[in-house]
Design a protein around this ligand. Structure first.
Ligand code: HEC
Ligand code: HEC
Ligand code: HEC
Ligand code: HEC
Ligand code: HEC
Ligand code: HEC
Ligand code: HEC
Ligand code: HEC
Ligand code: HEC
Ligand code: HEC
Ligand code: HEC
Ligand code: HEC
Length: 309
């Protein structure tokens, strides 16, 4: 054992000596050439000059290994922290390994390798996802709408302004076929502003016409289907105070002269807006046949909102 170790040391020492000889050329070789083991070791300890020389000589050694390629999200994230944060917050189903998409990276070169050739293609995994579209509304330029692949569902509404109805035929038809001022004065993207899928509150543009009751969008939409707001419909238990917002006279009369009709909601008689019910709808034929003419009921009973006692 001891012997072998010693032998190795000697061989090592000789190698160093030879290296030093070459480096130093013919300079003062006498001292260095000393075969003394101790001197050689001491040269190795100090020998910065010696080590440098060795590096220069065996420079290819630097490359003599297989690098461990960057692979994991954690590795990429160390440098691309901004991209990582985007994917973390808004990546959705794109929260996959970076290298699944970036099969090539760090190869961009403005002169020899244009950007388009190094970035992943949507088609590799999705094909023409929504079809080709039409010439007016093409759907094949993915990045026009999906502006950032690291946030695939963040789609600015302005980018898809003309395309809404090609994917939302039902709503497109509703708005177009029931012309209201939401058709003529408001565009899809005025309401569905900012990013795709945004739902507005009515209060962003309207004040309530019936401040007597607190109302939010979903209450408004009971009467006004938003894409066809003039197709007004409501249930019979709708609060009369809402109607009173515009018909305070009718409401006032009913309250003032308290009769059995006061206990009914407006909507129980006016089942659809502006429709006047005949008295007979609820009362049938209360008197003899001679008095059947509905238009005459009022002669004796006054008006429905203010029954004569
Ligand atoms: C040690 C830091 C570092 C690491 C780790 C790193 N990158 Fe980069 N990357 C850069 C730098 C620097 C650039 C050039 C400047 C820039 O675009 O931000 C770059 C550019 C890119 C580009 C732009 C296109 C190109 O080819 O240059 C892509 C894509 C990319 N990196 C993907 C990745 C992926 C995927 C990983 C993990 C597998 C990764 N990077 C890991 C530093 C790093
Ligand atoms: C679903 C595929 C996909 C995934 C997953 C993905 N990327 Fe990208 N990445 C792309 C595409 C496509 C582009 C080109 C975007 C452009 O320039 O419009 C891109 C661009 C980049 C760029 C250069 C432009 C920029 O935004 O800085 C970097 C750097 C980058 N990606 C890093 C990453 C890293 C790091 C990850 C993982 C944490 C990752 N990407 C995950 C598809 C992906
Ligand atoms: C390496 C494959 C790959 C590439 C390249 C790729 N995607 Fe995806 N993408 C996926 C996978 C996987 C899903 C999840 C699919 C699923 O669950 O049905 C996905 C989902 C999506 C989603 C839905 C995201 C969600 O959270 O629901 C959108 C939008 C999308 N991709 C757009 C794109 C666009 C645009 C590009 C090009 C910039 C692209 N993708 C490139 C793999 C990819
Ligand atoms: C005109 C705009 C537009 C274009 C162009 C477009 N998309 Fe989309 N894409 C959308 C919108 C809007 C959605 C719905 C997003 C949502 O669910 O909130 C969507 C959804 C998706 C989804 C997810 C669907 C799901 O149900 O999870 C994928 C995947 C997708 N697009 C891929 C693509 C690819 C690939 C291309 C290019 C071939 C492309 N898109 C072109 C607007 C567009
Ligand atoms: C490429 C097809 C596509 C285009 C273009 C498109 N959408 Fe969508 N949209 C979708 C898909 C897919 C969904 C998701 C449906 C689901 O989740 O049931 C969606 C969902 C929505 C939602 C519902 C969000 C929610 O919370 O329920 C609204 C609102 C919407 N889109 C409005 C619009 C408007 C406005 C436009 C035009 C500015 C538009 N979309 C353009 C495909 C599209
Ligand atoms: C005056 C504002 C306004 C306009 C204009 C408008 N929307 Fe809407 N939209 C809404 C509101 C509010 C909702 C939520 C409805 C609900 O909750 O029932 C909605 C819901 C939707 C939905 C989701 C439906 C669902 O069942 O989830 C889609 C899709 C949609 N709108 C598309 C469109 C399209 C396409 C246009 C243009 C043709 C359009 N909208 C015009 C206000 C508007
Ligand atoms: C982005 C703004 C905007 C939003 C959000 C909005 N509207 Fe409108 N609405 C308008 C404009 C503008 C008009 C036409 C001028 C007016 O009447 O104030 C209008 C008109 C109307 C009309 C009268 C339609 C006609 O043709 O006479 C009704 C009813 C209506 N809106 C109900 C609603 C309801 C209910 C909501 C919420 C679900 C809503 N609006 C959300 C902008 C908006
Ligand atoms: C009980 C049903 C009902 C409810 C709830 C309701 N409305 Fe109305 N709204 C009507 C009727 C009825 C009209 C009158 C229609 C006409 O002129 O023929 C109307 C008219 C409107 C108009 C047309 C302009 C005007 O002021 O005359 C707007 C705008 C409007 N409503 C917005 C709203 C909003 C916003 C809400 C919620 C805060 C709401 N409505 C709740 C029944 C209702
Ligand atoms: C018992 C049934 C009944 C009830 C409840 C009722 N109405 Fe009427 N309303 C009528 C009848 C019937 C007429 C036609 C005039 C008449 O013959 O009395 C009428 C007429 C009207 C008119 C047109 C004439 C006018 O007075 O301006 C308006 C507006 C009206 N009602 C609104 C309302 C409102 C708002 C309420 C609730 C506050 C209401 N009505 C409750 C039956 C009713
Ligand atoms: C935003 C204001 C508004 C609200 C709220 C409103 N109306 Fe009206 N109403 C009107 C206007 C304006 C007219 C006249 C134009 C028309 O006939 O559509 C009218 C007409 C009527 C008429 C017919 C009057 C006649 O002379 O023939 C009746 C009945 C009526 N409304 C009942 C109701 C009832 C019931 C409610 C509550 C469910 C209601 N209104 C809510 C604005 C409103
Ligand atoms: C939507 C149904 C409805 C309509 C329409 C209606 N009524 Fe009534 N009316 C009632 C109810 C419910 C009562 C209370 C129970 C009863 O007496 O039958 C009532 C009670 C009355 C009473 C008794 C008043 C009291 O205080 O005891 C008179 C009188 C009357 N109605 C007259 C009329 C006349 C006149 C008309 C048409 C102008 C009319 N009603 C339209 C539902 C209606
Ligand atoms: C010539 C006057 C006159 C006319 C016209 C008239 N009524 Fe009467 N009505 C009365 C008188 C008086 C009473 C109270 C005495 C009674 O109970 O018979 C009454 C009672 C009623 C009552 C209450 C019945 C009860 O059981 O309490 C109703 C409901 C009623 N009338 C509805 C109508 C209707 C609907 C019409 C039109 C078809 C009408 N009336 C036409 C004079 C009239």
């Amino acid at each position: 054992m001891k012997r072998t170790t010693k032998g190795t040391t000697v061989v090592g020492a000789i190698t160093i000596v030879m290296a030093l000889l070459l480096a130093a050329g013919c300079q003062q070789t006498q001292k260095v050439a000393a075969t003394s083991e101790a001197e050689a070791v001491s040269a190795e300890e100090k020998g910065t000059e010696a080590a440098k020389t060795e590096e220069m000589e065996d420079v290819s050694m630097l490359y003599d290994f297989e690098p461990d390629p960057l692979r994991t999200v954690a590795q990429c994230a160390q440098c691309h922290i901004y991209v990582f944060e985007q994917l973390k917050k808004e990546g959705g189903k794109h929260q996959i390994e970076c290298v699944q998409c970036h099969t090539e990276f760090h190869r961009y070169n403005p002169k020899t390798r244009p950007y388009e050739t190094v970035i992943p293609k949507c088609a590799t995994c999705h094909e023409l996802f929504h079809g080709k579209g039409t010439t007016e509304v093409p759907l094949d330029d993915c990045a026009a709408c999906h502006i950032d692949p690291h946030m695939p569902l963040v789609i600015p509404s302005a980018e898809i302004e003309n395309a809404c109805a090609s994917c939302h035929k039902k709503e497109g038809d509703e708005v177009a076929n029931n012309v209201s001022r939401h058709t003529t004065e408001v565009a899809c993207v005025d309401c569905h502003a900012d990013t795709h899928g945004f739902i507005p509150e009515c209060s962003a543009c309207h004040e309530s016409h019936s401040p007597g009751v607190e109302m939010n969008s979903s209450n408004c939409m009971i009467c006004h289907p938003v894409h066809m707001p003039t197709k007004i419909a409501y249930a019979t238990d709708t609060s009369s105070v809402i109607c009173a917002g515009c018909h305070d006279a009718a409401y006032g009369l009913l309250q003032k002269n308290h009769t059995a009709h006061t206990d009914l909601t407006c909507a129980e008689c006016h089942k659809s807006h502006a429709k006047i019910p005949p008295c007979s709808e609820c009362h049938g034929l209360p008197h003899s046949k001679m008095m059947m003419d509905t238009s005459k009921c009022g002669d004796c009973h006054g008006i429905a909102h203010d029954l004569a006692s």
